[in-house]
Design a protein. Structure first.
Length: 221
């Protein structure tokens, strides 16, 4: 971790790095910080391979908004099961430090959703919540969009596109951070969202390609 990067990480966030025994940052994380993750409010698109550390970039921004900017955060995931998984993960890591909520059920009787620091939802559920009460977006500092490439999905894409359009036109002060390993049009998407594009091909495990011909397996170089 270079001094340039280290100096930009707030001290109260370094504490969480120590708790998780994180000694070194991965390339995409360093690139995001150098692009101003902690010193400006630019949107960012993180397009790097699976396991390369995209989620920690999101966590950095969430922590900075909640702990240092007195703002709330929303984390959008594509599936209910993933929302529950992220809730358990974040609850274990940060549950003693701020309020974390997950919303994947019916809108009725979910007033507790407005009492949160971090809210984890699907795009469809957030769309429903906004239609019932736009105040849910009050004091939001950052919205994380996990698997943002699903904009191209026939089923989920339209709802996500509508949400992003609302955010970028009516709530332009909210920072958007998109995460994906498989964006085919990353430059076009980052231009549309006026986002800094963070790309890197580093991965924790080397990717090898093989070709099976008859009964023989050949490594493809």
């Amino acid at each position: 971790m270079t001094n340039e990067v280290l100096s930009q990480i707030p001290q109260n966030i370094k504490v969480f790095l120590d708790k998780q025994n994180i000694k070194e940052l991965r390339p995409s994380q360093e690139k995001s910080i150098k692009k101003g993750l902690f010193i400006n409010n630019h949107n960012q698109i993180i397009c790097t391979p699976t396991g390369s550390g995209k989620t920690l970039v999101a966590e950095f921004s969430i922590l900075d908004n909640i702990l240092n900017k007195n703002k709330k955060a929303i984390y959008i995931v594509p599936l209910k099961a993933l929302a529950s998984e992220k809730y358990r993960e974040f609850k274990e890591l940060y549950g003693d430090n701020f309020k974390i909520r997950v919303s994947i059920g019916d809108v009725q009787n979910e007033k507790y959703n407005y009492d949160y620091d971090l809210l984890i939802v699907t795009a469809e559920k957030l769309d429903s919540l906004i239609r019932h009460n736009k105040s849910i977006l009050e004091n939001i500092g950052v919205i994380i969009i996990d698997e943002i490439h699903l904009l191209n999905d026939e089923k989920r894409g339209p709802t996500l596109e509508i949400l992003l359009t609302i955010f970028k036109t009516k709530y332009s002060k909210i920072r958007l951070i998109g995460l994906s390993a498989t964006i085919g049009n990353s430059k076009e998407l980052s231009s549309w969202l006026k986002a800094d594009l963070i790309e890197d091909d580093w991965r924790p495990v080397e990717l090898q390609h093989y070709v099976l011909q008859d009964n023989d397996l050949y490594r493809y170089k």
